[in-house]
Design a protein around this ligand. Sequence first.
Ligand code: S3P
Length: 172
Amino acid sequence: MDRIYLIGYMGSGKSTLGLALAKALNREFIDLDNLIQSRSDKSIPQLFYQYGEEIFREVEASALHKTFLMSKIVVGTGGGAPCFYSNMDEMNRHGMTIYLKIAPDLIVDRIIKDQNVRPLLANKSKDELILYIQNHMNLRKQYYERATLIINADQKVPDLVANILQAIKTNE
Ligand code: S3P
């Protein structure tokens, strides 16, 4: 398949895994947030705070559409990308989607040091974060679970890559 989309909640490790997977498959890695930022000259927090989430989601969907024109890529999507418009269906139509599933308490440990670069998680105490992530993930899982492949993200990157390569082979 021409395009592999890594989806999952913030902090599930999409960028780290995406780079390693792209390298293993000899493909280009595209981070959707970076694509958005390079096209708008604004950081993700700036887009959120200046224009609001609705505009951010429009810009995000339009960046995603650009990837449908590219081939031999691994794309790390933002945590919300599959949950707006028909993005999830379209990613499934144009490629393979892989959901990196992870427990909320592990997410908190992973994101706490750079919590404020993610506007949806900014300025929350640790207790607030856990509750927010639990609820938010519950709302989002109906989208995430439509992925071609669901994988437990709490594994070392080389193991994740090996498991995914195996699953891709079976899928072909
Ligand atoms: C978001 C996830 C972020 C970024 C934005 C919104 C979300 O990307 O797109 O802050 O709604 O889950 P990461 O999942 O790469 O942190």
